[in-house]
Design a protein around this ligand. Structure first.
Ligand code: GH3
Ligand code: MG
Ligand code: MG
Ligand code: MG
Length: 315
């Protein structure tokens, strides 16, 4: 079952940076916005604001235009060029009220342009609306992220065997096609091993199905720990496993399968020290051989291993 989307964390107080070269302006605006529940970060010009923003991470910037050292237009332009700062909305607050100034401000990416002297009530509603947009945007990003994670999880689940965590049958078949195509293209060896637990029905009958499940899980772990990255271990069905071994010769596959067989043979389960063995059949991809023939021959060899007395690997 997939969990429901996790809600966004409780919103902390939003911080507003006030950039103005006149301390009285900062004081007045700061008081106004503090009363509205905002956190305030003051800066006395554009340069100082740019230095502070990466640390303070304000949610919104109220920017004067005419300031010494760096004016508001330049500061906004630089903010919009920075990956870190470009998404922080900038509201210009200026006595420069010529239409061309306002147009310039918006062209630089401003979220709003408020004329000085301003009406406190109007400024507050504008600020609140922009803060609301910031919240909504964060919410969307948060849920997109959650959906992305869930999608990755679903894709993982779709290729995984629920009991053992190995790849499931259908994914193994897909991978086999893919690896066979690569092997043919680059003329690399490809070996497949089919492994099947011996007398597993008997084990279930004697110790119960849940015990059998535990054995399957542990055998899967032994298989997983005995292979390289790039090898594909799968649960082919019931108590049968498949190993797809790219860039591996028949001899190399034999070494791997034999190591797994031996580890399983020496493993014991439970207080009674129950022992289990596995038989295996190997085959390497031949010129002109299809993937179903590749698996079929490995399966035939597995059958031969069973016939020959089990607990052995037949190349
Ligand atoms: P052989 O040595 O010839 O392979 O004999 P076997 O008993 O292992 O083979 P058979 O095909 O007769 O029986 C396979 C058994 O594996 C029967 C089935 O109940 C059991 N089995 C298949 N899937 C599972 C599973 O998910 N959990 C458990 N506990 N048992 C399973
Ligand atoms: Mg000024
Ligand atoms: Mg079996
Ligand atoms: Mg079987």
């Amino acid at each position: 079952m997939i969990e429901t989307l996790t809600p966004i964390q409780e919103q902390e107080e939003m911080a507003i940076m006030i950039v103005d070269d006149v301390p009285a302006n900062i004081q007045f605006l700061g008081k106004l916005l503090k009363e509205e529940g905002f956190k305030i970060a003051p800066a006395s010009n554009g340069k100082k604001a740019l230095e502070m923003i990466p640390r303070v991470k304000p949610d919104l910037v109220l920017m004067d235009v005419m300031m010494p050292e760096m004016d508001g237009f330049e500061a906004c332009r630089l903010m919009k060029e920075s990956v870190e700062m470009k998404d922080i909305p900038v509201i210009f607050l200026s006595a420069r009220t010529e239409t061309e100034d306002v147009i310039k401000g918006f062209k630089l990416g401003a979220a709003d342009y408020i004329q000085k002297p301003f009406n406190a009530e109007e400024l507050l509603v504008r600020v609140r609306n922009h803060i609301e947009l910031v919240r909504n945007r964060r919410l969307i990003i948060h849920y997109m992220d959650e959906l992305g994670k869930q999608n990755a999880l679903l894709q993982q689940l779709a290729i995984t065997d629920g009991l053992t965590g190995l790849y499931n049958h259908s994914h193994c078949m897909d991978r086999l096609q893919h690896e066979a195509a690569n092997a043919r293209r680059y003329d690399n060896p490809l070996t497949v091993a089919m492994l099947d637990l011996d007398y597993f029905k008997e084990l279930n009958d004697t110790h119960g199905h849940p015990f059998g499940d535990t054995v399957l899980v542990d055998v899967a772990e032994i298989i997983r720990s005995g292979i390289r990255e790039g090898d594909v271990p799968g649960r082919y069905g019931g108590e049968e496993f498949i190993l797809i071994l790219p860039n591996t010769s028949l001899e190399g596959g034999l070494v791997i399968a034999e190591r797994i067989r031996s580890k399983i043979e020496s493993h014991t389960w439970g207080k009674q020290g129950v022992k289990v063995t596995i038989s295996g059949g190997l085959n390497s991809l031949q010129n002109g051989e299809s993937t179903s023939q590749l698996v079929q021959v490995a399966d035939d060899n597995l059958y031969r291993a069973k016939e020959a007395g089990r607990n052995r690997i037949m190349p």
